[in-house]
Structures are given as structure tokens and as C-alpha cells.
Design a protein around this ligand. Structure first.
Ligand code: PLP
Length: 230
């Protein structure tokens, strides 16, 4: 057993609990996702045994390989990476939550595949909150159209929003992106689209989770702070 992994998770849990209470929530209201790209199945299992709430993977091939090694037994599996259309059929039904849905085409493909399996796939919509050309995600002004499509698409069910805001040294600016996401989240939740129950706001990584939680995040995706530097 790598005691670093469990020590790190304990420390993060304590900090998250404090931050949750300070922002008027309960510790268990914040979901801790271990971002496990490049980590071995064994490391992933150690994180699960140390009490993370879920595991998030970035690459379909890597995820499927670790899946066959029973890496994810004991925790829900999330997909958090860029998803290519031709990989959709390999992950629908395998992942409990696809966090990184960033196009209407993906919504339609996921719905179709889920219907063919007789299931409903839970998703989050990734928002390009920093309007960065090199990053994927739906632009904020397109969110209503996207949720309108979800409302009409059988086989998909949206639980909320996800974002990877621009890296920023200045805490002020970082918080502005998180605050902007919180606003979008509250707004889209209030609209109660069909095929949605908006309750998850996934934002915050190793270097930013405290700010993200302060702004209202209830799902953080942590890699290096759990497993060490990649
Ligand atoms: C790698 C990754 C994370 C975690 O990043 P760290 O800085 O290692 O905590 C979170 N979200 C996504 C989408 C990632 O790819």
C-alpha cells in the first residue's frame, strides 16, 4: 500500500470538509473524483480503498485497459477527457458519468448508443468558460440550445456542468471563471429542462479546488495532489 496516496486523500478530505462548511454545505456534498490518467490499476485501487468518491479517466483506450484489470471496482467511473465521436460506443454504459460532453453531435451519438443498450447515460456538459480556441466545450451562450437538444434526446440524462477554466496565477481571475460557471449552473438548473436534474458542478483541480469550492463547485477532479506529479 502506497501510504502517500491515502495520506494525500485524507489531507484533501479534511481541507474539503472545512471549505464545504465555510461555504454553508456539508463535507459529503462535495464529490472527490480521482483523476487517474497515467496511473496504474494498482494506484487507482489504492485511491478507491482510501475513500475517493469516483475515478475519472481521460483516454478511452487507457480506461478500457485498466477496466479489464479491475482498476475501478468499488467506485463510479467518470470519463473526463476529450471524447471523439468514434469512441462513443466504447464508453456508453461503461462509464457512470461522461463529464466532458462538448457538442450536440456527441449528445446525439451517446443517446443513440444508450438506446441500443436499453440504458440511459448520465452526462455533464463541458463549458468553455474561458472562451479558449484550443479548448473544447460549449460556449456559454449556446447552453440553452444544447439543453434544448438534451430535452428531446432519449437515452441521455444531464446532471450538470463541467469546466476546465484557463490556468491563472491570479486567484482573482480564477475565481471569476468559477463564479461565472456558478451563475450558468444556477441559471440552467432553474430552467428544469426535460431529461435533466441539474445538481453537479464539476470544477476545481489540484491547484484550484479551494477556490472552486468557495465559488460553489460540488465536484472536484484531483490528480497530482493525490498521486504525485505526473
Ligand atoms: C488531469 C485532469 C485533472 C486533474 O488535474 P491535476 O492538476 O493533476 O489535479 C482534472 N480534470 C481533467 C479533465 C484532467 O484531465
Amino acid at each position: 500500500m502506497n501510504s502517500n496516496i491515502s495520506d494525500n486523500i485524507k489531507r484533501i478530505r479534511d481541507e474539503v470538509a472545512t471549505l464545504a462548511v465555510l461555504s454553508g454545505r456539508k463535507p459529503e456534498d462535495i464529490t472527490l473524483v480521482a483523476a487517474s490518467k497515467t496511473r496504474t490499476a494498482d494506484e487507482v485501487q489504492q485511491a478507491i480503498l482510501s475513500g475517493v468518491d469516483a475515478v475519472g479517466e481521460n483516454r478511452v483506450q487507457e480506461m478500457l485497459a485498466k477496466h479489464t484489470q479491475y482498476a475501478y471496482v468499488g467506485a463510479p467511473l467518470h470519463f473526463i477527457g476529450t471524447l471523439q465521436s468514434n469512441k462513443v460506443r466504447q464508453i456508453v454504459g461503461v462509464c457512470d458519468l461522461i463529464e466532458s460532453v462538448d457538442s450536440t453531435a456527441l449528445i446525439e451519438l451517446i443517446g443513440k448508443k444508450a438506446m441500443s443498450l436499453g440504458i440511459v447515460q448520465n452526462i455533464l456538459i463541458e463549458v468553455n468558460i474561458g472562451r479558449e480556441s484550443q479548448k473544447s466545450g460549449i460556449l456559454p451562450e449556446a447552453l440553452d440550445d444544447v439543453f434544448g437538444l438534451i430535452a428531446q434526446t432519449e437515452g441521455v440524462f444531464a446532471l450538470g456542468l463541467m469546466a476546465i477554466p484557463p490556468f491563472c496565477d491570479e486567484i482573482e481571475r480564477n475565481c471569476n471563471y468559477f463564479d461565472a460557471m456558478m451563475k450558468l449552473f444556477v441559471d440552467i438548473k432553474a430552467k428544469k429542462y426535460d431529461n435533466t436534474a441539474v445538481r453537479l458542478l464539476s470544477m476545481g483541480m489540484s491547484d484550484s479546488y479551494a477556490d472552486a469550492i468557495r465559488a460553489g463547485s460540488n465536484m472536484i477532479r484531483i490528480g497530482s495532489a493525490i498521486f504525485g506529479l505526473r
